[in-house]
Design a protein around this ligand. Sequence first.
Ligand code: GDP
Ligand code: IMO
Ligand code: MG
Length: 431
Amino acid sequence: MANVVVVGAQWGDEGKGKIVDWLSERADVVVRFQGGHNAGHTLVIDGKVYKLHALPSGVVRGGKMSVIGNGVVLDPWHLIKEIETVQAQGVEISAETLMIAENTPLILPIHGELDRAREEAASAGTKIGTTGRGIGPAYEDKVGRRSIRVADLADEATLEARVDRALQHHNPLRRGLGIDEIDRDALLAQLKDIAPKILPYAAPVWKVLNEKRKAGKRILFEGAQGSLLDIDFGTYPFVTSSNVIAGQAATGSGIGPGAISYVLGIVKAYTTRVGEGPFPTELLDEDGQRLGERGHEFGTTTGRKRRCGWFDAALLRQTCATSGMTGIALTKLDVLDGFETLKICVGYDLDGDRLDYLPTAADQQARCKPIYEEMPGWSESTEGARSWADLPANAIKYVRRVEELIDCPVALLSTSPERDDTILVTDPFSD
Ligand code: GDP
Ligand code: IMO
Ligand code: MG
């Protein structure tokens, strides 16, 4: 039975939410396997907009199981608020339809404080431009073996011991940063208060998923962020603190890699980035402004303006390789309507040498100049197109050239934020 992993193939905000929602009709279970509420996934269904941060994007369809896997870092107070917001929009969420892995580490208020304090203290050039949601500090605690995990909420003595262990690390750190020490009793009271709201959703996700797999259920894994924000393969240190690439779907949920039969990369027809860090094809001119305006490129989580640039096929070849993409969903093709000429980066010039990938060393990245290929644009509208026949010839040529340059076929094409403005070429769930 087919199980599909969806991963962002650029710097996030590629349209993963829309595509996961669309694909979830074919799935039984939708699983988040990394990241946290730094993600902002937008779904538009018959004009109604849903913005999801920690909840999987399958939650909006009735009858699907939504799962938060152990690879996620979870802010329980945020989650409860998000559940209430989505419920107020008419979506049903209960312990029957939402499951959280017991071994999921929690994001505490101290993580957000630390994240923001570090960003404020950083000088220009060293700021990462995080979402300020405490993601980095929460993952540091996970690796440092001092996290409070969902299961710890069920037992007072364990919870107290875990809090003490975390404080042993955090209080000296906070003193150094000039932040007040943590009030142990207040933190424990907050945790004891949220525990009964979270625990009904807690489950051994690894076990449930493996049983579902054996029963032939279809599992859809929903990545957050994008491959170029991956802690190992992204533009370090301007990255998020988790592995984002497809392999993480296995470790972040407790299912073997053999369960994954299809990796779908979500690819914007141009490039955007929020926050600091290298961006070789960034456009600081009118074209960049136009992409931002036509694409409404403002962050779903922080509202920040996204930086915009031309499509970078060299980076795409890289991210297709690190995730082993089977196919891609190309989104926001409609945003390119009306450009006279389109540019695609096919490689870089580094001190006179031609490279077909972005090198790892920061100084080399900074010296890489994009090498562009130009293509004629189209004046017709592709917005809302639902079949190839609706696409102008030059738009088809652009899509075909992208496929050729990145050596990966287009499985889905998206032409507006609406769920149904989607062209299916190959079904990732077909066995
Ligand atoms: P995600 O983080 O990858 O889920 O993406 P976001 O939701 O943060 O950002 C993508 C934005 O583009 C959202 O506002 C979507 O509604 C919108 N979107 C998705 N697909 C398309 C498309 O094909 N065309 C247009 N114009 N907008 C799209
Ligand atoms: P979705 O799932 C775009 C970026 C931040 C910052 C860097 C580190 O909606 O695609 P963090 O708060 O994770 O420590 O910030 O990562 N970032 C995203 N950019 N889309 C996202 O998620 C992002 N999540 C984090 O802007 O540059
Ligand atoms: Mg987003």
